[in-house]
Design a protein around this ligand. Structure first.
Ligand SMILES: [Zn+2]
Length: 66
């Protein structure tokens, strides 16, 4: 299985994704930020807002909330 490495959008620390897939949640080892994979190719991470909610949104939002 593929392993991808990407940079954390917040701290730019390296996040390793083993067998990345849409909806996968990852935690940044540096800042403990929680991210969700919203797209694999190209790889996109979005803030995982609610870890206790298992609902996976398939909304392909390209806009980064400011
Ligand atoms: Zn980070």
């Amino acid at each position: 299985m593929a392993t991808l490495v990407t940079a954390c959008p917040i701290c730019e620390g390296l996040i390793e994704l083993r067998d990345p897939r849409k909806g996968l949640r990852v935690e940044c080892p540096d800042c403990q930020g929680l991210w969700m994979v919203t797209s694999v190719s190209p790889l996109k991470l979005e803030v995982a807002l609610d870890m206790e909610n298992e609902t996976i949104r398939a909304d392909p939002s390209d806009e980064w909330p400011r």
